[in-house]
Design a protein around this ligand. Structure first.
Ligand code: ADP
Ligand code: MG
Length: 505
């Protein structure tokens, strides 16, 4: 940032005032050239970036400078900067290349004043470009009215009264390790914090336990509180919502309950799957949802399964949950687990040596909470015993964790047993190839994964080249049937299962 900060000072209005009139004219002319170049780049971006993304990120950026070498942009805050650097740098570079005929290095800096001075389009105009909402209410991008103002200061104590105990200060975007397993959810959460009520509404995150849903939800709240003034956020677990509702019914103050839930700018409900089998609460939540949504207020939900798989969830709620963005968080890959281990141990004052981190990342592969718990336990064990942290010490300290794990093979182990038995390559299993020599081992692998791991159908599909859950379901059913009908198949599958469960693994 240092390199661009200087240049941005040179471009601020205050600096221009102090130079000679001829230079002002020249500066103004240059500025308009920059603007023209930026308009051309924006036009190119509109071709490649989805309309909603474009509205959210590019319309509210301003050009600082565009010369032969660099394109320097200003954005409103660090979320936008990080977001654009992470997700749109190459789109910006190719748009600049195609619009200007030669490549530019793209630099992005935070300068809210410049963005405001560049007069972003009025909210009404933005809303008009949004698709109509399915219920005939305001468009999906309808701004919360009256729009909250941005601030720069921390304000995490400003949750609406009645929220769950408050936010965990550690659950921030900064402390969240991003990997392929959660990249999209993370990006969507940042986008929501940046444009509450506009970008993704509702935002629906789902995934198994311990994969960071609550962390992301709270990061979004922190970010919104840091960014927006007077934003009223109600953060609560679904259980609290249910209890409040039941209490209100019992006490006959349902109106008070409604006033409270329907007068916020952002409603965040963690673990919404707990609405399963609670018909009256679902009914109430449906009306709360509608009121907030129609007023352009942001709704953020997390769940352990996608909307359609929440048992007994009313169809009208399922469909509403899908209006905005539904995104899954899956089990982190090995590299992400390593990065999380390093980050968590560093935060506790002692980074794990590589060989120890590798051991933990290999053995604990389904749940980040367990990974974190193991790190804490190991560090505590090492400091009490005064011994250096080695793989041996880790095995000793985490014996119980590892023993439990022995019962559940990893996907990598399943793949390696299958590739050895059928003499196929992992890349074949993950490819689109459908010849029997590849498809059959793939189906057996899916069946094994479903039988002996806790992975969801979607997650298993993910390991096999991003196949969807119905493909996995088909494979599981087919192998189940074959095993019932054919002794040879039963034997092979039994042998593979024995290999996977052997304690020598
Ligand atoms: P969930 O709500 O999905 O059950 P949590 O958000 O409670 O999971 O996460 C469990 C623990 O793992 C928390 O301590 C959280 O900080 C940590 N965690 C999860 N994902 C990440 C991540 N990507 N980076 C850092 N920590 C994470
Ligand atoms: Mg949670």
């Amino acid at each position: 940032m240092g390199e661009t900060a200087q240049r941005s000072d040179a471009g601020k209005p205050g600096t221009v005032e102090s130079v000679a009139p001829s230079q002002v004219a020249e500066g103004a002319a240059l500025e308009s050239e920059d603007d023209k170049a930026w308009q051309k780049i924006l036009a190119a971006l509109r071709e490649t970036v989805q309309a909603e993304q474009y509205e959210t990120w590019f319309r509210r950026s301003a050009v600082v400078r565009c010369d032969d070498k660099d394109l320097v942009l200003a954005v409103q805050n660090s979320f936008s900067r990080d977001w654009m650097r992470n997700y749109y740098l190459s789109a910006l570079e190719s748009a600049a290349r195609s619009a200007l005929g030669s490549p530019r290095r793209v630099l992005i800096e935070v300068d809210p004043e410049r963005v405001l001075a560049a007069a972003p389009p009025p909210a009404a105009e933005v809303a008009a470009t949004a698709p109509p909402s399915p219920n005939g209410g305001p468009g999906r991008a309808a701004p919360a009215a009256p729009g909250p103002r941005r601030i720069g200061a921390l304000g995490t104590d400003r949750l609406v009264q009645g929220s769950d105990i408050g936010l965990n200060p550690k659950y921030t975007f900064d402390n969240f390790v991003v990997g392929p397993c959660n990249r999209f959810a993370h990006a969507a959460a940042m986008g929501t914090a940046e444009s509450p009520g506009k970008a993704y509404n509702p935002l629906f995150l789902h995934g198994n336990v311990g994969l960071g849903k609550t962390h992301l939800l709270q990061s979004t709240c922190h970010a919104m509180l840091e960014t927006w003034e007077d934003l009223r956020i109600l953060f609560l677990s679904c259980e609290t919502f249910v209890n409040h509702f039941i209490g209100a019914l019992e006490n006959g103050d349902i109106q008070k309950f409604r006033n409270k839930y329907r007068n916020v700018d952002v409603l965040v409900v963690d673990d919404i799957h707990l609405l399963a089998n609670k018909e009256r609460t679902q009914e109430e939540f449906f009306h709360t949802f509608n009121t907030l949504y129609n007023a352009g207020k942001q709704i953020i939900l997390s769940s352990d399964s996608p909307p359609k798989e929440i048992p007994t969830l009313q169809e009208r709620l399922v469909s509403r949950f899908k209006w905005g963005l539904v995104t899954e968080m899956v089990t982190p890959c090995y590299e992400t687990r390593m990065a999380i281990l390093k980050r968590k141990s560093r935060a506790r004052g002692q980074e794990l040596p590589d060989d120890v981190a590798r051991l933990l990342a290999e053995r604990i592969d389904t749940n980040i909470r367990e990974l974190e718990g193991a790190t804490t336990k190991l560090l505590g064990y090492a400091s009490l015993s005064g011994e250096p942290i080695t793989p041996e010490l880790a095995r000793e300290a985490l014996d119980d964790v590892f023993t439990v794990r022995r019962g559940e093979p990893t996907m990598e182990e399943i793949l390696s047993v299958i590739t050895a038995h059928y003499n196929v390559k992992v890349t074949d299993l993950q490819s689109r190839k459908r010849t029997n020599a590849v498809a059959y081992p793939r189906q057996i692998a899916m069946y094994l994964a479903r039988s002996i791991t806790r992975h969801s159908l979607e997650e298993i599909g993910g390991y096999f080249g991003g196949r969807d859950h119905s493909t996995v379901l088909y494979a599981v059913d087919k192998i189940k049937r074959l095993c019932a009908e054919d002794e040879r198949c039963r034997e092979v599958v039994g042998g593979l299962l024995d290999d996977l469960r052997a304690p020598s693994r």
